[in-house]
Each structure stands twice: as C-alpha cells, then as structure tokens.
Design a protein around this ligand. Structure first.
Ligand code: PMP
Length: 403
C-alpha cells in the first residue's frame, strides 16, 4: 500500500499497540503444540475451578427458560442488589444498586469508565508499571496517558509528590489499581487516603480498579478508595468483577459503580455495544456474591503458599531484585541486573530478550516488563500448580546460574 492509498484500518484501531505479551505467548503456544513441556507463568487467571455452588447455580439457571432471554442492559436487578450488598460487606459503605452497571468482565468496565469521562485532549495519570489494557482503553477515547513510574526501589508505589509533578490543567483522571497487576503492590490505607484526597482537592476523577481486593497477604490490607475518601464519590468510578476472586475468568462478569450520570452514559453505550452480560453468567455471579468467602480464603491460602515459594526461589537468582508482592498473584522482579549479560551465547539487551531466551532455552514463559511499561522487569504469575511452579522457577535458576 502506498501512502496515497485510502486508509483501510481506521486511525483509532490502527494505533492499538500489539500486546508485548503476544510474542512470548505465541512462541509458548507453538512450543506446546509441538509437544514441548512448556511451563507458563504468563496467565492472569487462577488455575482453580469455579466453586461448585456457583457452577450449580448456573446449571439450575440454564434449565430455566426465563434465563434464555436478554436481561436489562444494566444487569439483572438481583445482581445489582448483590453488588450493593457485597460492597457494604467488603468495602463498608452503602451504594444504591442504581449506581451499578454489570459488564462483560472488569475489562469492559475499565473501557466504559474511560469512555464515559474522557474527551480528546484530556490527560490520565497512570502509575507504571500498569496493566497492559489501561493505556489502550485511554487512547481509544482520544485522551493521553501520562505515566508516573515507581520502580522496585519504591516497591512500585507512586507518591503524591510524583502525581503532583505530573498534574497539568488537562489532567482529568487518575487510574488507581491496588492490589496491582502486574506488580502485586498494595497501597496502605494512609497512602490510599492521601492519593484520594489529592485527587479530590484538584477535581481529578479516580478510576479505581479493585478486582484483586480479596487477594492480599502478610500485613497488607485492601483499602477501598471510597472507604477512606467518601467525598470522592461524585468523581470516582469503581471497577470490579468476579474473575479473580471466584476463579471465574471465563464467565465474563464484572461491574462498574459510579455517579448516576456516568452510569447512565455507560449503560447507554453498553446497550448499543454488547447489551447485557450472558444471563446465566449473571445468575452464577449472584450465587458467588451472595455466597460466603470460604472458598475464596482457601484459594488465597494456596496463592500465598505459592507466592512465598516463588519469591524465595527468585531471590536465589543473582541479578534479580524481588520486592515482596503483597497482593494479586504476580511476582514482578527487576531483571535489570541481567541486562548486558550473555546467556548461552546470546547477549541480553532488554527484558523482551531475556523472556525470549528463557522460553527458547528452558521452555518457561514469563511476560517481559515491556508489556506493562518500562523495560527491565518480568511478570510471573503464581496462579499455577505448586509442582509446576517449582519446576519452572527451578529451570530459570539453572539457566541463569550458567556462567
Ligand atoms: N483489572 C485488572 C487489574 C486485571 O488484571 C484484569 C484481568 N487481567 C481485569 C481488570 C479484567 O478482568 P476481567 O475482564 O476478566 O473481569
């Protein structure tokens, strides 16, 4: 195609960056398809089955003809009520079910949250390393992402001073994600409050992604943004979902909670885009949210055990700096100490290179930091079986111990 040819793919979609995870992922899949014993630390999903009582609720729902139909675009009233009840239980404040919108996963909630409040020219402050979807969702609105980086030396936690330095007259929103994907960092109540108050003072919206709320470890506690800065309610959108908490990634149920005008705009948008979330998935989500948290705590115990194993094994590797992840199910070591080294005859010049060598030489898939912001890091999910975890990190240890 020459430069004078008419454009085929739109500028907006053409600008979406291919995920840096894809190169590694495609190679891992190709190796697996060829029968190789690849161990994958790439997945952002629990390895557990969805708890049986939730599956049973879905089976019962599938047997009822009323669930073979559309639901309101905003979601089943019982699910919106369950979201309000769960918010009271887990976050400690009351919300009106009318301020909720049930979405196809937290991902659609993220996209619709940004689409509801951003215009071209607006700026969104995005703490980095960040989940790979945020900048794309922001760019699709025509707004600009302003990254604020916090490295391993500050446990991946940005400070208000850093946020303030990034603020301009065009700053419309801050994305806040704690516990964090990809770093596992968890902001304390005091840090969360300080950030929320800073946003409130400057009239900056906060989109707070609370999807990993139940996965916190050691002395860390999850702090719902609106529990510490309730006055932010009029300029805050909460994103959440059942995927990580209940091992329900495939069911595609998330939600957003926000001020009435935003929820109305997002619901109008969704009514044209995807209508409602699958009725049976919504029924399953009602069972999940109204059920207890026993299974969730069991899964967290397993994640915690794997987290400790992974962190201690990674810390045995020379050249890695491994802050203790306090939430979610990812470790995020700095691999900067390995850049410049030669491994099996290959000079490592970036974390993409390192991930490629690890995959090709010892058949272990990790996601390079480039997927989440700056180079020099790697993300390893510990949401996989204990034996695979030990085998996979063991292979990386052996490879990197070679002279
Ligand atoms: N937010 C964060 C931080 C995530 O890591 C994910 C899943 N990777 C999501 C939102 C979306 O999850 P889902 O769409 O499966 O509900």
């Amino acid at each position: 195609m020459t430069s004078s040819s008419p454009r085929r793919v739109s500028a907006r979609l053409g600008a979406i960056a291919p995920s840096a995870t894809l190169a590694v992922d495609a190679k891992a899949k190709a190796l697996k398809a060829a029968g190789r014993p690849v161990i994958g630390f790439g997945a952002g999903e629990p390895d557990f089955s969805t708890p049986q009582f939730i599956v049973d609720a879905a089976i019962a729902a599938a047997n009822e003809a009323k669930n073979h139909r559309y639901t309101p675009a905003s979601g089943l009233p019982e699910l919106r009520q369950a979201i309000a009840d769960k918010t009271k239980r887990d976050s400690g404040y009351e919300i009106d079910p009318a301020t909720t919108l049930v979405t196809n996963g937290g991902k659609q909630a993220v996209f619709q949250a940004f689409a509801s409040i951003l215009d071209p020219g607006d700026e969104v402050i995005l703490p980095a390393p960040y989940w790979t979807t945020y900048p794309e969702a922001i760019a699709l609105t025509g707004a600009t992402t302003v990254e604020v980086f916090a490295g391993a030396d500050q446990d991946y936690l940005v400070t208000v001073d850093q946020l303030e330095a990034a603020r301009t007259d065009a700053t419309k929103a801050l994305l806040f994600c704690s516990p964090s994907n990809p770093t596992g960092a968890v902001y304390s109540a005091a840090q969360t409050k300080e950030i929320g108050e800073w946003a409130l003072e400057h009239g900056i919206w906060v989109v707070t992604d609370e999807i990993y709320e139940h996965l916190v470890y050691d002395d860390a506690t999850f702090t719902p943004m609106l529990s510490v800065v309730p006055d932010l309610a009029d300029t805050c959108i909460v994103v959440n979902g059942v995927a990580k908490t209940y091992a329900m990634t495939g069911w595609r149920v998330g939600w957003m909670v926000g001020p009435t005008d935003v929820i109305k705009a997002a619901t109008n948008f969704q009514s044209h885009l995807t209508s409602n979330v699958a009725n049976i998935s919504q029924r399953a989500a009602i069972a999940a949210l109204n059920g207890g948290l026993d299974e969730v705590h069991e899964m967290r115990t397993a994640f915690d055990r794997r987290r400790k194993t992974m962190v201690s094994m990674l810390r045995e590797i020379d050249g890695l700096v491994v802050p203790t992840p306090k939430g979610a199910f990812y470790a995020y070591p700095s691999v900067e100490g390995l850049i410049g080294r030669t491994i099996r005859g290959r000079k490592i010049t970036s974390s993409i290179d390192l991930a490629a060598v690890i995959l090709e030489e010892v058949e272990v898939a990790v996601v390079p930091g480039e997927a989440f912001g700056p180079s020099g890091y790697a993300r390893l999910s510990y949401a996989l079986g204990d034996d695979d975890l030990v085998e996979g990190v063991g292979r990386i240890q052996s490879l990197l111990a070679e002279g």
